[in-house]
Design a protein around this ligand. Sequence first.
Ligand SMILES: [Zn+2]
Length: 215
Amino acid sequence: MVSLRPCKKGHTQGRYKDGKCRVCVLERVKVYAAANRNKVRRYKAEWAKKNPLKVQASRLANKDKRRASIQAWGARNKDKVRLIKARWKKRNPDAVKAENARRRAKNPEYFRAAVRSWARRHPTYARIKNSIRRAQKLRAMPWWAELEKIAMVYQKAKEWRMNVDHIVPLQHPAVCGLHVWANLQLLSKAENSSKRNRHWPDMPDCENSPKAYAL
Ligand SMILES: [Zn+2]
């Protein structure tokens, strides 16, 4: 049975087996920790290194608490968080790309709206881009391009609310696709925004090409 006999300071919350008051010990530990923060941090790190399984178990047991404390720290240190995130992004460009693609696929309407809004705020850039695009299509159109068939594809795209896509892209460091009927396909808007000129049948190996060719 726990003795409720009060200690010198009048605590009655219990004693350890050796008779020391629990509250007093905890208070002394707190005072020591506050005065020796770096030492305590080092002890903890050393202990954690020697007891990885216990660390893992404790993290699992205190998942919500841990997350809340990390979030609270983030709220107090917004500039640091921004810096850490920026640094991480710089070191993990592929993960950033994958995450962006995932978000785009999950919420294509949001991304289209963002692009439209950006274009509205930069009208000159949008005009230049459109004119380049038109010129590219013209240049990519041989004399035998079947204009009626091409027009039909665009008509159907409008009817079905889909995008016209060039299977082999018109604009790519490694190839020049043609603006002809056989190189057109209809994609849903979500599919089109996730494809983004990256893959087509018999695509050359761009991953291992010189950097000038890399996308
Ligand atoms: Zn006490």
